[in-house]
Design a binder for this molecule. Sequence first.
Ligand code: PMP
Length: 769
Amino acid sequence: MLALRSAPPVFGVTEAERVARELYGLAVTVSSLSGERDCNFHARTADGQEYVLKIVDGAADPRTTECQVRVLRHIAEQDPTLAVPRLHATMAGADLGSVTRDGLTYSSCLLSYLPGRLLSDCAPDRSLLKNVGVTLARIDRALRGFFHPALAQHIAWDVRRLPELLEFARCITQTDVRRNVESVIRVVQDRLPVLRSLRAQAIHGDCHGGNLLIDAASGTVCGVLDFGDMIHGPLILEPAVAMSELLTEAVTDAAALSTLLEGYALEVTLDSADVAVLFDLVAGRHAVTILLHAWRAEYGGGAAILDKAADTAASSLDWLLGEGREALSREWHHAAGTAVPKPASIDLGRRQRLLGVGAELFYERPLHMVRGDGVWLYDREGRAYLDGYNNVPHVGHCHPTVVRAIQRQTSILATNTRYLHERVLEYAEHLLARCPPHLNACIFVNSGSEANDVAWRIAQLATGHGGALIMANAYHGITDAVAALTPGSGQPDHHDHVVVLPPPPEGLRAGDAVPSDALSAAVESTDRAIRSLAGRGWSPAAFFIDTAMTSSGIYDPPPAWADAVTTRIRAAGALIVADEVQYGLGRSGSHFWGYERRGMLPDMITLGKPMGNGYPMGAVIANRQIIEAFQAKSGFFSTFGGNPVAASAGLAVLEVIERERLTENAAATGAYLRRALEGMAARHDCLGLVRGSGLLLGLEVKGHDRIAAARRAKSIVNALASRSRILIGTDGPAANILKIRPPLPFRPEHADLMAEAIDAAATATRGNE
Ligand code: PMP
């Protein structure tokens, strides 16, 4: 166990003046200076010479005291321009004096007084922070050849000793703070072997805002004080301590830490391995601050000076952990000029062995993404790809609001809906507030497939029917029941109880009038489908429609079309299920729900992909009566569905959609991109109709036959991925529709990049049939 002392020596000014006179031959007037352990005085002679007189804590190891004065001589020799206090010998020529009081003997030393303002009292700008980094590095360069046995001292502030403080975690009263600290302790414990492998030397080890003096006029460091916590340790611990202390003293914000590190790396070349542990050391030092404060609070001594630091440390540790090691390390590698360690490449043979050859991959040259941010994905080489394809990261990859909501809740409680929990109710209320009054209850599951599966069961029970109507080439999921509603799923094409409706008329958009012959054709084909079901002995229980008709080829028919179709289907006794897995939560730009754009009033909504921005979620929204009838008949419980973490993710997604006005952005950017695609289609013979609305758009690719068209579409998609680093896909029954479906924060400047790339790829495919 570490010795934690809390009672520094107490000397008065008269005694200090006596010491100055008797040991150093100086007639001075003195005043007290603060000090955590030693007793420090400011001493001034009549002719204006200023000194610091130190009476060293009697409990201090004499070797440590000797080390402190030796190092000052060493630095003065190695880098005379470095602003550290100069040591003045006693009249007898000794570095340390000896003072006796009440039978106890203390050491003293006399140092030059360095003027300046404490960094902790400044609001440092970037250039000062860089200078702090440079100064620390110069200190460390000067210390390279220094050694003293006392550098092996055990001090509680040494982050490497953090695991020894674990027992004090019980003194931390706030549970969430305690949990953060304990998790940091575990990581530091794991990191110890790596820390022992790093370049190590004598370091100052305690460069906080109270040990650095600033010259206000030049905005640079003009003094480095207190070498009492020097240790032999990993070099990287030096900037780590300063970075942590500046945060816990609230001297600067987190973004500025990189500047300090950048300054440090200007003078001392850091290794990638050094920077790789920086996050854990910064977090570790936070944990030390919190632990020592909690310990002192419990055992009653000297906690007050750490009060503020402990509070800021708790919140900034929470912030650090929220940002995460990866994100901050990347920033710090950049600042230090060290290489971000590259994740290992993936052997495709291994993947096939483990996942099967049929485990699909996008693109001819499969991509290995390691990070996402907004509309960007980054591969293992650090190359950025514009994501024009993924709709799961609905509000942008790794959106901090959603990430934090998930992290926070998962660190508090992750149970299931068999326990009471506020968040799932709150989430249901938020979803239902966006629904018509008859859609007033939710069932939470974990995927779009499950949502459709449950909706299908509810529909059968509510109607007493067993038949299903779906759109041509629909996709509704992977369970046995909904794969039957997904013609391209490899299930036998002909399911007795499922009949397919033809797609809406080509080229019509939501605001267009529907020609009367097209309407009557829609009615006729619907009646035919219902008759066909009846002919096989089935009445329809449900009509499932992806409101964007994505896999059917992306359609945007006017409400009159949907009205004609659903009126006939309803009359046959079926429920209408709006599958909002693709078009829900504002993607259409004009409406929150895709069915609203279709002018439909569904009996059920199913949801999936975008709900949790990557956290797996699904939901069925329906009238409470049919949900209760289903619950009564079969009972229903989904282990993960609606769990507190999922509900928190879902709420955060809804919050971001609103706060960032993402539906409006889908409308504006979608319209902008659509115009660009239309202009381009007019210039290229191989491009046809632009389809869809909002941020779910399709661009038809033509060829002399279906196969040629699909091949050309595929080559455009691959060219975009490998040459322009822009991700899109294909869809539609002939796989010849370019599918553009980016995260909703996609902006016009991203649309420009995409349009340019498609233009170039389309030009390149000319004559390539
Ligand atoms: N419905 C639609 C319209 C979909 O696009 C999908 C997924 N592509 C699903 C349902 C199934 O969702 P999940 O993959 O989450 O099971």
